[in-house]
Ligand binder design. Structure first.
Ligand SMILES: Nc1ncnc2c1ncn2[C@@H]1O[C@H](COP(=O)(O)OP(=O)(O)OP(=O)(O)O)[C@@H](O)[C@H]1O
Length: 252
């Protein structure tokens, strides 16, 4: 059974269809990358799964229940969420922000878990600093730690590597992969197709609100799909570490 599922989901915002009969599922133990051009509907998929935007038709499910029937607490117990928005209004210490990811633990346990999560994302030295005084990438690590504190069955991360340096990008994707290997259902939206191909078990391609591919990376990101959806040329190269995606802006 999927931990996350959309069935025939239709979302309309401001009178415009932004998700058009979307079907997708993510099983426990799986990491799935959601890719697509700007405005294609990636954040809308994630927000619909979490019940943050309502469906005009179809259904969103977290575990065995439609998300619309779950309380906010039940949603938070089933899914950890890293939003695309990185602004934090209050200048609280990083450890206190990260601890917000574990609202169901006692204060001391939440703080201990928050420090562990900050260590996982390489942010131990930031733990006691105010988040307003941090760089964008530092703040991104703190928010990722907040999502990792909660070991919910599902983890949804909206562009978690945006603004991170190359080492941090690989660290974050390795962490998300490890979470999947330990049983979480992980859905991650990404713009970097090469990293999506390398780290995901499966790739979903969304184009103008429709899922146009849902397959293993080498199939979902075929030369034809790359040309049609992204307007770029791409080919797969056999490398000792596995298939590598080589991209080129010029049309072939
Ligand atoms: N609150 C809103 N009101 C009206 N339209 C919206 C709203 N939020 C998003 N949209 C529109 O919905 C479509 C999908 O947006 P969404 O943010 O899901 O795309 P995305 O694939 O995540 O894009 P990006 O890669 O640029 O972050 C876009 O056309 C966007 O303009």
């Amino acid at each position: 059974m999927s931990a996350l599922e959309l069935r025939g989901a239709v979302v309309r915002l401001d009178g415009r269809i932004v998700l058009d009969r979307v079907d997708l599922g993510v099983a426990p133990g799986e990491i799935v990358a959601l890719v697509g051009p700007n405005g294609a509907g990636k954040s809308s998929v994630i927000r619909a799964l979490l019940g943050l935007i309502s469906l005009e038709a179809g259904e969103a499910r977290l575990g065995d229940q439609p998300v619309s029937r779950l309380s906010s607490r039940a949603r938070a117990e089933r899914a950890a969420y890293l939003p695309q928005e990185r602004r934090i209004a209050w200048n609280m210490a990083a450890v206190d922000i990260a601890a917000l990811g574990a609202p169901f633990l006692s204060g001391a346990d939440a703080t201990r878990r928050a420090r562990e999560a900050l260590a996982l994302v390489g942010a131990t030295s930031l733990a006691d600093r105010g988040v307003a005084d941090m760089s964008g990438g530092e703040r991104a690590r703190v928010l990722l730690a907040r999502a990792l504190v909660c070991e919910a069955p599902a983890l949804l991360a909206d562009e978690p590597i945006a603004g991170l340096d190359p080492d941090a990008q690989l660290l974050v994707l390795d962490l998300l992969q490890q979470r999947a290997r330990s049983g979480q259902a992980v859905l991650v939206s990404l713009h970097d197709l090469t990293l999506a191909a390398r780290h995901a078990d499966r790739v979903l391609v969304i184009d103008r609100g429709r899922i146009v591919a849902d397959a293993l990376p080498t199939k979902a990101l075929s030369a034809e799909r790359l040309r049609e959806t992204f307007g770029i040329r791409g080919r797969w190269i056999d490398a000792p570490s596995g298939p590598l995606l080589d991209l080129d802006r010029r049309q072939g």
